[in-house]
Design a protein around this ligand. Structure first.
Ligand code: AKB
Length: 315
């Protein structure tokens, strides 16, 4: 069957790179990207539409116009910004998802992708090798909305047989598009500041270990999940997915191997520390490994090398 994909929230960190991968796979004419704002740059053969996912009538018109077989819903407010605007975060993250799920039924969409996050875990979840199924008591509105979203996805799958697939992304590290408003953003800011100014004042403490993933792995993993035969997908809430885990002190050491004069300092207080402290340090992703053969490729040394090589010519 010929696939036609609509991606909502395509201008963000993950969307912009995932859209490129999907276009080269399915053809530019079969991938329609959309966002609330125009993209910074786009090629002539790319199809783009302005859309607010909270405007269900406009979304319906978009579905009528393009008749998608797959929808990727990436529009979301992340953890740090969510704490500034909790009501807006809930509205966007939950009502946006509900709009897409309802229209997916109406338009008989074959597959949906929706991202969840490690933010669904909380202070009573195990800190190390956090299991797929464990106590989940998120403290951020972002985590609360993602956990509720996971329950909705599973509900729509069980009740309506909707083929919805999801990953609990850890912090995603990339150099092409900046992330917006997350707690794990330090792991990108650090590279930009190291190259621009030779120093970085980190908003998380030296020993705050968090799960992370390089963009190349994230894009490949997402496509692998979407490609897997439906009967292999045993998780219809959202899959744990691990790449690597490291602390700010460890990444600073790795950067110093390439930029020996780099200096790291730590700010006294930042509200993002409390969010990070409530999240796992590392993730057990055995369901993804067993169900659809997930395996990350990048480690801290290869990420650091690739980030510096690419940002050198871009910052
Ligand atoms: C954030 O920090 O909010 C995100 C996430 C881990 O979901 N990067």
């Amino acid at each position: 069957m010929k696939e036609r994909i609509i991606m909502i929230g395509a201008n963000g960190q993950i969307g912009s790179e995932l859209a490129t991968a999907l276009r080269s796979r399915f053809g530019a004419e079969n991938v329609i990207t959309s966002d609330i704002r125009e993209p910074h740059a786009s090629r002539e053969d790319e199809i783009f539409e302005i859309i607010n996912v909270l405007d269900k009538s406009a979304l319906k018109r978009l579905f009528e116009k393009y008749k998608p077989t797959q929808v990727y819903l990436l529009a979301a407010m992340l953890s740090a910004t969510g704490e500034k605007y909790p009501q807006k975060a809930w509205d966007l993250n939950i009502n946006g998802l509900l709009n897409v799920l309802d229209l997916a039924l109406e338009f008989d969409i074959k597959k949906i992708f929706w991202p969840s996050s490690i933010a669904v875990f909380g202070p009573h979840s195990p800190k190390q090798n956090t299991d797929q199924y464990c106590v989940m008591d998120p403290v951020s509105i972002y985590g609360v909305s993602k956990l509720a979203g996971e329950r909705l996805c599973e509900y729509y799958h069980h009740k309506y047989d909707l083929d919805i697939r999801s990953i609990r992304y850890p912090g995603i590290i990339s150099w092409k598009t900046a992330p917006g408003g997350g707690t794990t953003d330090y792991a990108i800011d650090i590279f930009i500041e190291a190259l621009k100014h030779g120093q970085y004042a980190c908003f998380l403490s030296a020993n705050t270990a968090l799960p992370m993933l390089y963009m190349e792995d994230a894009v490949r993993g997402t496509i692998e999940l979407m490609d897997a035969p439906s009967e292999q997908i045993s998780i219809r809430s959202s899959y744990n997915l691990a790449g690597l885990s490291f602390t700010p002190a460890e990444i600073a050491e790795e950067i110093k191997k390439i930029l020996p004069n780099f200096e790291m300092s730590y700010v006294d207080y930042d509200p993002r520390q409390a969010i990070a402290d409530s999240w796992p340090a590392s993730i057990d992703d055995s369901y993804a490994r067993n169900d659809w053969s997930w395996e990350p490729k990048f480690d801290l040394a290869s990420i650091t090398e690739d980030m510096i090589a690419n940002l050198k010519t871009n910052v």
